[in-house]
Write a protein of this length. Structure first.
Length: 171
């Protein structure tokens, strides 16, 4: 098996794992309020019937998150293969190692920022960090207040130490 075949197999494995995780999350029942109101309907059914218009927004956040995670996993695998290749010069391996570390840290920061903002009451959040800029997309119906904007920026600065923060609201 040559290197190209190994990369293809590793990429396919990453995609299979991501598809499995997504399938598991989507196939689990949804519990919106955690109790059965005695109406004979499950929470998942009532959620499904009452919020069909939110499916477009929810799928945006899910698809964006899945796409970002797949791209990051593929890039990390490519960088890892580049780092492990003995035919590559030391300078190039060192540069790839730095990019690998930066991407791994940014992925960790994105996850922490999303979790922290969700715990502060935001319905759904996507965070993307590239170079020294963070982009945060928040699910909401209204424009963010100055307090909300400051809170989001403080979370990003506190976790990722990035001052340049772009915030967007998606309905």
């Amino acid at each position: 098996m040559n290197k190209k075949q190994g990369i293809i197999i590793a990429t396919l494995l990453v995609l299979i794992v991501c598809a499995g995780v997504l399938a598991t999350k989507l196939n689990n029942p949804l519990y919106v309020n955690g109790d059965d109101s005695g109406s004979g309907k499950s929470s998942a059914v009532s959620f499904n019937n009452s919020s069909q218009k939110n499916n477009k927004t929810s799928s945006f956040f899910e698809e964006t998150r899945l796409d970002r995670d797949q791209k990051n996993a593929q890039t990390l695998q490519t960088l890892k293969n580049f780092i492990d290749d003995k035919n590559v010069s030391k300078e190039n391996r060192d540069e790839a190692s730095k990019k690998y570390t930066d991407l791994a840290m940014n992925t960790n920061y994105e996850s922490k920022i999303e979790t922290t903002l969700k715990s502060k009451g935001y319905e759904d959040v996507i965070c993307s960090i590239e170079d020294s800029k963070a982009r945060v997309i928040v699910k909401g119906k209204d424009k963010l207040t100055d307090k909300d904007t400051r809170e989001i920026k403080n979370v990003v600065v506190g976790i990722a130490k990035i001052q340049d923060v772009e915030i967007e609201v998606k309905q």
